[in-house]
Design a protein. Structure first.
Lengths: 113, 114
């Protein structure tokens, strides 16, 4: 079945550092790919998405490119802030759409001032 | 903006109690979902519904049931709560059957079963 693998956390960085959170997936077809963010005490919010190969999703300074050849969707940000501290989830959707998303286990990001 | 509201942020229940977790969305979405979130396991799908009175099992339905009597409301039921059901429960909704549509989440209910 479909699966999503994310790098283990927590990831600790200093403010203004460059961020990469790796995400790879396994799917039988051509999924849509998503990054969600969960701030402390809240539910998940959509951060960005990409629906086909070579698409780049971007939002709030974060970017991720759908790489079909490497089955990857790595999240990047050029200069992180303390307010980016959160848990980040990579997810995919395939098939009829009524059955939700398949999520990775999440990566806890900690940004130190 | 889509609003998904879960009725309780925190619940404490005793083993064997019947527990209802309520979720309401305000955007007329057809599809609704219940996930549980546990450290090291990420999000796992319990049940979903694509229409009123319709329900489908997710990956971990054992020990749970659901009810969808109205389009905007999707309830998760623990018939007899057990300590291994202590978790964060997240409700979500989605606007169509397209797999490009994102899920919209509520803020979660943290359930503790003692």
């Amino acid at each position: 079945g479909d699966s999503v693998t994310q790098m283990e956390g927590p990831v600790t960085l200093s403010e203004e550092a460059f961020l990469t959170i790796n995400c790879t997936y396994t799917a039988t077809g051509y999924p849509s790919l998503f990054w969600y963010v969960q701030y402390p005490g809240e539910g998940l919010q959509l951060l960005l998405k990409a629906t086909k190969a070579d698409d780049k999703g971007s939002n709030k300074g974060f970017e991720a490119t759908y790489r079909k050849e490497t089955t990857s969707f790595h999240l990047e940000k050029g200069s992180v802030q303390v307010s980016d501290s959160a848990v980040y989830f990579c997810a995919l959707s395939e098939g009829g759409g009524a059955d939700g998303l398949t999520f990775g286990k999440g990566t806890h990001l900690i940004i130190q001032p | 903006d889509v609003k998904v509201t879960q009725s309780s942020r925190y619940l404490v229940k005793r083993t064997g109690e019947k527990v209802f977790l309520e979720c309401v969305q305000d955007m007329d979405h057809e599809n609704m979902f219940w996930y549980r979130q546990d450290p090291g396991l990420g999000l796992r799908l319990i049940y979903f519904s694509y229409d009123v009175k319709m329900k489908e099992k997710g990956d971990i339905p054992e020990g749970y049931s659901v009810s969808r009597e109205k389009k905007e409301r999707f309830s998760l039921i623990l018939e007899s709560a057990s300590t291994n059901q202590t978790s964060m429960y997240l409700c979500a909704s989605k606007e169509s059957h397209s797999y490009n549509s994102p899920l919209h989440f509520g803020n979660g209910t943290r359930l503790t079963v003692t």
